[in-house]
Design a binder for this molecule. Sequence first.
Ligand SMILES: [Zn+2]
Length: 632
Amino acid sequence: MNFKFLNGRLKSVTKIIICFSFVALAGCRQQQQFFKIAKDPHSWSNPQDVMVQHLELELDVDFAAKQLSGVARLRINNKAGVDTLILDSKDLNIERITLGANERTTSFRLGKAEDFKGTPLFIAIKSLSRQVNIYYSTNPGAGALQWLAPTQTAGKKHPFLFTQNQPVFARTWIPCQDSPGVRMTYTADITVPKELMAVMSASNVQQKSADGRYHFEMPQAIPSYLIALAVGDISFKAISNRAGVYAEPSVLPAAAAEFEDTEKMIVAAEKLYGPYRWDRYDIIVLPPSFPFGGMENPRLTFATPTVLAGDKSLVSLVAHELAHSWSGNLVTNSTWNDIWVNEGFTTYFEHRIMEDLYGFDYKEMFAKLEYDNVLQTIERMGDTNPATALRQKLEGDDPDNTNSAIIYDKGHLFLRTMETLVGRKKWDEFLKQYFAEFAFQPMDSEKFIAYFNRHLIKGNAGLAAKLQLENWIYQPGLPGNHVVVEAPALQQVQDEIKAFAAGGSAKELATASWNSPQWRYFVKNLPQKLGAGQLADLDKTFKFSKTGNSEILFSWLMLSVKNRYYPSFLVLESFLKRVGRLKFIGPLYWNLAQTAEGKAFAKRVYKVARPGYHPLASGAIDRILKWENSSR
Ligand SMILES: [Zn+2]
């Protein structure tokens, strides 16, 4: 999650769209697919001319050297008969490149590196070339790879490795066309130390192999940002006959219990928007340094252990990652400018799954938290700020530089408003058809608008004026027709917040019947300025500093930082050293850095915590603390 404003460079770039066709392997049969590949400002590659269709990875995992080494064999379709294949790469050691099954050596060169894009890799090919073999290795600082020492895992005995490719880090461990508009199938042969297990966003085994060798197949075509690998002391437990959990052995029972509703979520999702197209749905719970809440790697969601609250109160994360199996993984933003097409749809879909399982009133509390977040964010950023438009303009900028309140929560509000104005039945039919029609294809704002106009507006000018579609997608701020989210179950919480703010004591508040989202709302919405006596009263009565719910603990620690409430700083220190989820540690470090003493505390803790953070997280915190010993 990002919490800084988009810097708003709005370079005008002409989007070149070339009609392109290619053959993608799907399952055992060949599917002919036709769609446009947009020019991606965050990729050097030339898929408009020659497209990678299939990848065969053969890699050895060396924990001591923090290195992957081996070969990537790319099957290509040289549609335009060009003499150069351009791939994305970043910090890769390219040893040699050959063409075809008979491995004829070919020439290559690396171009000039650019921020966010890495280095173009130019490979000489022939017009009839079908296969390119790249022998290479990674570097220890590869942005996608996090190498954890045994002490940074739950079990403390074995090292752990996991990847995080989104948005543009696949190129730090695989030379590829690293653009979300390009889809490929893949197979992989991965060799790991034999006491460890490897899993990928592909077909997975459920037990360790005897020799440390693992073979993977991904028959559905996916973009490079969804290729994923995790290696560690991993065990598996089934939830249903098509869903299960992978985790370190000591975490596995709690993870399986927390996620026991997963099968029900899949059923609910299928009922809404059509069949689950990826065979299995498994979840791997990663060590706490995983920088995000979850990552929707197909067939195998990567999840933070901070959602293991013990009472299923944070499982909306599973609903979210599962929903990506349709929005994102099946219908994919064609470039990162249209990431709302992934995240806005998914947040809406997540809410529909949650409503089906746990009821409208329960789900609506989460919706209210997010709704408040949109309003506050737009107020802070300014409602004429172009970065508050759903369609982003990230040319020349970090593709991670988007605000989640906009692309997730404003995106959700857009879809929910459309549902309300169009009617749920009609809206659901529209979305179901949308996912079926654009399955395994890239999507962008223009294409969505055209489809929306064709199937919903149908030339009805009155309806178009009522829905304000283009206003929602292209304009900053919030259109006047947005629905208002109220969540009656939170009204009583608001009353108790008022009573406490007016000088009431914590034990007099009527909290006996509250559930987890109500507590979350309470802590988040307490006055941001409180005295030490009031904070002590709250913690003594409600034990926030000991909660197992990471969202509540985070809000409590934020209050403690803002009010310099030092009795919570030991808990804060241990949280920052244990958890690497950016959504939590980013705002905590940022608020600490606002005072000299807070910054001194933050730097002392960060010095110890930094080696345990993912490169994406340490990069962000380096910038906040102006960390000078940065290796990045
Ligand atoms: Zn998402």
